[in-house]
Design a binder for this molecule. Sequence first.
Ligand code: GMT
Length: 372
Amino acid sequence: MKIGITCYPTVGGSGVIATELGKLLAEEGHEIHFIASQVPFRLNRIYSNIFYHEVEVSNYPVFQHPPYDLALANKMAEVINREELDILHVHYAMPHAICAILAKQMVERDVKIITTLHGTDITVLGIDPSMKNIIKFGIEASDRVTAVSQSLVDQTKEMLSVEREMDVIYNFVDEREYHRQCNQDLRKQFDISEDEKVVVHISNFRKVKRIDDVIRSFHLIAEEMPAKLLMVGDGPEYTTAYQLVKDLGIDDQVLFLGKQENVSELLSIADLKLLLSEKESFGLVLLEAMACGVPCIGTRIGGIPEVIVEGETGFITEVGDVQAVADQGLRLLRDEEMWKSFSRNSKMRVDNEFHSTRILKQYEKLYEQVLT
Ligand code: GMT
């Protein structure tokens, strides 16, 4: 098949999934055309059957706001025609789904539009009155719609009053990259002693991630046992988080590592992963951690309970209940047998439910269905 893919090319779960999917599809022999504003950051090697088409936006002085969305639709139409695309798969509804529909109207070709919803396109933008109706339009006019969790399907139906059928296709990780590696040297580099447990948080440090809760939970854990917290990522809450760590006097135990590329190396030295968000349609970072055998504690919201199995691969706590996070974290970190079994179960769950081959097949089946 000839498949166009549009995504946000910078760091973020939706861009990661879109790019990894494109790579897997290319490995299966499909011809892939990325249409985006930059080369997707995970497109880190050459494939003879992956092409990149850059969207160029005119900066003509009369435009108060450069019309990126129209330039994207124009580029999509051009690529659909020239490359004879069968499918245009867009990740993140706003504005990609709407641009794809506009592009389809511009061409003669009966290209099929698949939209994958990733979360904030619905849970944040879907409640913004300036965008709600156009997002609903994009979803309703797509040929097929998928969402990364059942929770996201339910929220989309409820928040946007959408009645159409939507498929749940879960996220996945590339198992070749995400697996536990032995890396004692990295522990030494971070000055982590043998008796210290390593807790990790990875995010874009936005408000929805409730970084304060991560730090406060860790503080309670670190009062009871030697531990270090690795904070990976960057974003608007970075400065506040840094200040809280100072105020709590735990700056020796909390390491802010900024954005990192080889996250699986860091996860390989971790004992516990915390994701305590108030909104999270899936939580790809949980899957990345689980693939590296790291048990997770997450909040009972969105898609998190579809990823973590309570009492088997990790624990689920209520939003804001930092004491419960610390209690469950300590229980797990103190009980070696429990930790080993959670670690094994996590890895097994990724292999059984979220294996890249399984998810790839689900997308391929969807493409075949829509084309027949
Ligand atoms: O806010 C983020 O975490 C980034 C955002 C994105 O657009 O990449 O992530 C969303 O999509 C990811 C991939 O499907 C999901 O794993 C995240 O849970 C989702 N984020 C939210 O729902 C807040």
